[in-house]
Design a protein around this ligand. Structure first.
Ligand code: UDP
Length: 231
């Protein structure tokens, strides 16, 4: 794989605190991504926003406004993580699908690919720019647009299971599963819209636990111990 999109769940970025940023977790992500870029692999990143805000959890305010706050939460996450990456010695650029003044660059495929080819790690903040979507969908969409070889999905859980391992101690983790089966069995590695986009556009996924040691770098080796989602 030469070009990958790494999706970091907001919750995983918060570490044990479950909210805000956990610097140690982000520094560890940076260390591993640098290993990949040092090998010449182009990396684009999407972060979730659940460590700050989820639009659908508000029962009071208008959903469109709630989702706009969620999208802005992902911008904060990307600005933070991109600066941790700079501290770790990488060049970065944050793209958004809407204008954020001088804070970010307005997304276009050409600008994003140019930045990747110049050696930068790029961040896609702000999701799709539209309410009623998720950063999972935004991540698949951008992975397809930049013609990534795969989407790496770093989650709080270490792969896809046949049932919830927190509830069922006998839950079985899949080593490999097709996206069709993920959909048929409603395993929801990513949400439904994102799964369908993955299937239609044949975007493979590697699902793994962000907190497992070296889990990001191992996606590129035979040691990968998460779940491969084939298309
Ligand atoms: N969001 C949105 N459109 C997008 C991406 C995200 O409206 O294209 C909003 C939505 O409110 C979501 C929040 O941003 O709840 C955080 O994104 P994330 O996908 O991380 O939400 P989660 O999966 O944690 O609910």
């Amino acid at each position: 794989m030469k070009r990958v999109l790494l999706k970091l769940s907001g919750e995983a970025l918060a570490g044990e605190k479950k909210t805000g940023f956990d610097e140690k977790t982000c520094l560890e992500v940076a260390r591993q991504v640098k290993e990949l870029t040092d090998q010449g692999i182009q990396v684009a990143i999407v972060t979730g926003g659940g460590n700050f805000w989820r639009g659908r959890t508000s029962e009071t305010i208008d959903r469109v406004k709630a989702d706009q706050i969620g999208m802005l939460a992902t911008v904060m996450n990307c600005i933070y993580v991109s600066d941790i990456f700079r501290f770790a010695g990488m060049k970065t650029e944050v793209f958004t699908p809407f204008v954020c003044g001088a804070f970010t660059t307005l997304f276009s495929k050409d600008r994003a690919v140019e930045a990747l080819e110049s050696g930068k790690v790029i961040f896609f903040a702000g999701g799709t720019g539209h309410p009623y979507f998720s950063t999972d969908t935004g991540a698949v969409l951008r992975a397809i647009e930049i013609e990534a070889d795969a989407m790496l999905l770093a989650k709080a859980i270490d792969g896809i299971y046949d049932s919830d391992p927190k509830v069922n101690p006998d839950a079985k983790k899949y080593e490999e599963i097709s996206i069709q089966e993920v959909l048929d069995k409603q395993l929801m590695a990513v949400d439904l819209t994102a799964s369908i986009l993955c299937m239609e556009q044949k975007m493979p996924m590697l699902v793994f636990g962000l907190n497992e040691p070296d889990s990001i770098t191992e996606t590129m080796t035979g040691k990968f111990s998460g779940t491969k989602v084939t298309v």
